[in-house]
Ligand binder design. Structure first.
Ligand code: SF4
Ligand code: SF4
Length: 561
């Protein structure tokens, strides 16, 4: 270890670290633009200049390695003077258009201009003008005038996405960022460059001009786009998700997320086509019904079948809590051993960075909490075969992606009685006897277990009519700061979607069982008490980074029957 002193504080640090890393690890942030903890060192912005004792010149903290006995000043008068000079230099040709820039409010250049610049410019000549509104792809817009040539985006493409697509052309103050000839910035992780661009040069074409960052609330949650479970923030204004951005978790996704997870997962939450209330078959057509009527219809329908004629399909898109309750319902209430779920695999789509071919977030969790055939029970294929040959006559299907698959819908259409959970009307809902609107990942509390067995929290960012039920104190406190807007959202919300665990508990109650859960957390506490792989866990312990399943407790052996 090397002993160093930074601004009068002494630390023992790994001698392989640079000054900026060692200082950061010990809570001292040295201003920087081009340095990023996950990228190679470029050392081109000069913002991280610091004074090192016994060294005549100022040193850049991002590329100067620590040594034993090193004494560093990050805020001496020489350092502050140099920092002001760097800021003055960077701002010479910058358009200074913060009032119309999407980055305002989360821009390093803006923040440092307040903290480290002299507040006025001595530059009276014309600024260099460069191309504005350059479409680098269908997702990303470049404002070349705002770019400070830090090269973070270039290094991201080269080193992380492994797709060299960006470069610089020209020289001096005419340098411009551009794509290579004939290339688009279209790698599957391209939008991460927007997050790491320290200024507003790279913006999302989806999000541009939709909201100022301070108008939105950010909720810490997990991407439902595949089995990786990337940590992310969901940004909401007026009960509408406007963007999703990666949230750092060294054990899962680092700093990154893929463009699919960032963009495609929330479109279905915002969709106009969402089912707004329960639907029940009335005189050969689906008609709107209240929750009480729909749940009673489901319960009375299931009661007319023998145990062996029933089957349940859980969902890898639902939480551990949802799947645990559906398993309990199948075993304890319906008395059927025919329970399983379908995996949604896109063969060959795994990559070396994040993306998993399992396109659902909780396949591992569904198995761990027991959504799998009991001894002598039927699995997914056998259940469908049972429908075809007439042994399975009634089914409860919680996975609404199945309802969009024509071959499966064709099989399900042979059933005498079908209850489904759905988010939007589709081929499958049209053949169901009861359609129950289900809350999506952004509308409920719960946990997903990723492919590596890490249990992670999801939290609601969008309000449904299931008000108190879909929000916990954490979410309420975030929404409360918007005061009267909160009630306006609720009145504007037409979605009466509920989490699966609550819907199933309602049907169970009408069939004589008492599932007395008031919250997803209560369901989880029961999982933690009864399923060995989850022993000792709680929402508090899971926190923001997740917890690994208990090692050495394989699935298939640890769920109470
Ligand atoms: S576009 Fe942004 S990230 Fe890329 S070089 Fe310019 S300032 Fe840096
Ligand atoms: S890799 Fe998977 S979990 Fe991560 S952002 Fe993409 S879709 Fe979401």
């Amino acid at each position: 270890m090397a002993k160093i002193t930074v601004d009068g504080q002494s630390f023992e640090v790994d001698p392989k670290l640079t000054i900026i890393q060692a200082a950061r690890d010990n809570g001292i942030e040295i201003p920087h633009f081009c340095w990023h903890p996950a990228l190679s060192v470029a050392g081109n912005c000069r913002m991280c200049l610091v004074e090192v004792e016994k060294t005549p010149k100022l040193a850049i903290a991002c590329s100067t390695q620590v040594s034993d006995g090193m004494v560093v000043q990050t805020a001496s008068s020489r350092v502050l003077e140099a920092r002001r000079a760097v800021m003055e230099f960077l701002l010479i040709n910058h358009p200074l258009d913060c009032p119309i820039c999407d980055e305002a409010g989360e821009c390093k250049l803006q923040d440092y201009a307040y903290a480290h610049s002299i507040g006025s410019s001595r530059f009276e000549e014309d600024k260099v003008h460069k191309p504005k509104r350059v479409a680098l792809s269908s997702l990303i817009m470049l404002d070349t005038e705002r770019c400070i040539m830090c090269s973070r985006c270039v290094r991201f493409c080269d080193e992380i996405a492994k797709k060299p697509q960006l470069t610089f052309t020209q020289r001096g103050d005419h340098v411009e960022l551009t794509t290579f000839p004939g290339e688009e910035l279209d790698n599957p992780y391209s939008m991460n460059v927007i997050d790491i661009c320290p200024v507003g040069a790279l913006t999302s074409r989806e999000f541009r001009f939709k909201a100022r960052v301070w108008e939105m609330s950010a909720t810490e949650t997990v991407c439902p786009g595949c089995a990786r479970g990337c940590n992310m923030n969901t940004w909401v204004r007026n009960n509408e998700i406007l963007r999703q951005t990666p949230r750092y978790n060294a054990g899962v996704n680092g700093f990154w997320m893929c463009d699919y997870g960032r963009l495609e997962t929330f479109r279905s939450v915002n969709a106009e086509s969402r089912i707004k209330s329960p639907l029940v078959q009335k005189e050969s057509a689906l008609g709107e019904a209240g929750w009480d009527e729909a749940v009673a219809h489901a319960a009375s329908g299931f009661k007319t079948f023998r145990k062996g004629e029933l089957a349940v399909l859980g969902s890898a898109f639902d939480t551990n809590e949802d799947n645990y309750v559906i398993r309990k319902f199948a075993h304890d209430v319906l008395g059927t051993k025919n329970i399983d779920f379908r995996r949604h695999i896109a063969p060959g789509s795994d990559d070396d960075l994040l993306i998993r071919s399992d396109r659902a977030p909780n396949s591992r969790g569904a198995v761990e909490v027991g959504v799998r055939p009991a001894e002598k029970g039927m699995g997914f294929d056998a259940i469908l075969q049972g429908v075809v040959n007439g042994t399975i006559k009634a089914m409860y299907v919680v996975d609404d992606v199945l309802l969009t698959m024509p071959d499966i819908v064709q099989v399900l259409s042979r059933l005498e009685f079908l209850v489904v959970h759905a988010t939007a009307e589709n081929e499958g809902t049209s053949i169901a006897d009861v359609v129950l609107p289900a809350a999506m990942y952004a509308e409920k509390n719960g946990t997903f277990t990723n492919f590596e067995g890490r249990v992670q929290r999801i939290r609601p960012s969008v309000v449904t009519l299931d008000r108190e039920r879909s929000l916990d104190g954490y979410a309420m406190s975030r929404l409360d700061r918007f005061g009267s807007q909160f009630d306006r959202w609720l009145r504007g919300s037409k979605k009466d979607a509920r989490p699966t665990w609550r819907i199933v508990s309602g049907i169970a109650a009408l069939m004589g069982a008492k599932f007395k859960y008031q919250s997803a957390e209560e369901v989880f506490d029961e999982i933690a008490a009864r399923v060995e792989a989850f022993h000792g866990m709680s929402y508090k312990k899971i926190g923001n980074k997740g917890l690994p399943l208990n090692v050495g407790k394989p699935a298939h052996t640890n769920v109470p029957a």
